[in-house]
Design a protein around this ligand. Structure first.
Ligand code: PSU
Ligand code: MN
Length: 291
């Protein structure tokens, strides 16, 4: 295999035997949650997948190798290390060339899925078009979703984004945004974005059928399954929206831009909600892994 790519023995065997595998990203560990919740959640999410007889394959860049299937120790290191590099489509290759260690975003993880032959991927919320702070910030996630051929299970675009613009561009790129067991597309912390999904699925079998049909029709690009957060953990729009606005103002005054925007907003909102938004984020990634 290419010297820049490495699959754990378990992942290699599972790919060879066509056993079920779910890929997981690692920026949610390094940048999406604080320590120790990030470490605990990453390990729990893997266990949830294993309990169903499926192999989890967390993807990250370790010492210049794009790896599928991290050891628990590698996960702990990513969770504890300060200033881990956030690798997306634009800087993954240079990280590999220079022997760096970094966490992969949804976009970079999808590149890994294509290279390793993994077709199912679970995350919390995808990146998208940020709201207008006078500067344009568009996540590479949405473009990579149109290039890889995976089923991505998430809880929709993050509510910190301009959700309707994000859905517009996903539609332009031909990425189906499918709602799970409800009519509206969810957006991360809350269940109803106010935007109706054109396609609704009600069980995993339907998701698999759609996955296979798209594959047979050679339709490239991912299908996005948006699984709403459970009612018990939902943070309603009325409550979270003023906090997003408050965090955005701080973003502007602190001149935070580019790839620091998403981690900054998530951290601030966790602070304002005294950890409740973090708890919701933990519950939604667990639910997406289970699905
Ligand atoms: N889902 C979460 N928390 C996160 C992310 C997803 O619940 O932190 C990460 C993913 O790695 C995603 C990234 O790709 O946020 C989006 O970052 P940006 O907007 O800079 O592309
Ligand atoms: Mn950006």
């Amino acid at each position: 295999m290419n010297k820049y790519l490495e699959m754990s023995k378990e992942v290699q065997d599972a790919v060879k035997n066509k056993a079920p595998i779910v890929a997981l990203e690692s920026t949610i560990i390094s940048h999406g949650m604080p320590f120790p919740e990030n470490e605990k959640t990453a390990l729990e999410v893997q266990n949830i997948i294993r309990e169903q007889g499926v192999l989890p394959a967390t993807i990250a860049v370790i010492d210049g190798k794009l790896k599928a299937g991290l050891t628990d120790l590698e996960i702990t290191k990513l969770a504890k290390k300060p200033n881990v590099l956030k690798m997306s489509r634009n800087n993954l290759f240079s990280g590999l060339l220079r022997g760096q260690t970094g966490a992969t975003t949804v976009a970079a993880t999808l590149i890994g899925c294509q290279l390793f032959g993994l077709e199912f991927f679970a995350t919390g919320g995808i990146g998208g078009i940020h709201r207008n702070f006078g500067e344009l910030d568009v996540s590479a996630d949405i473009f990579q979703l149109s290039r890889a051929n995976c089923t991505v299970i998430c809880s929709g675009p993050k509510a910190i984004l301009d959700v309707s613009k994000t859905l517009e561009i996903l539609e332009s790129l031909g990425i189906p945004v499918i709602a799970y067991k409800q009519s509206q597309i969810p957006c991360f912390w809350y269940r109803n974005s106010g935007l109706e999904a054109e396609i609704i699925v009600n069980n995993p079998t339907e998701i698999a059928e759609m996955h296979n049909l798209r594959k047979n029709l050679k339709i490239s690009g991912c299908q996005l399954i948006t699984n709403p957060i459970g009612k018990k953990y939902e943070i309603k729009k009325e409550r979270i929206e003023p906090l997003i606005k408050k965090a955005e103002r701080l973003l502007k005054s602190n001149r935070i831009t580019g790839k620091d925007v998403t981690p900054f907003l998530l951290a601030k909102i966790a602070e304002y909600t005294k950890g409740e938004s973090l708890r919701t984020n933990i519950e939604l990634i667990k639910s997406n892994a289970a699905l």
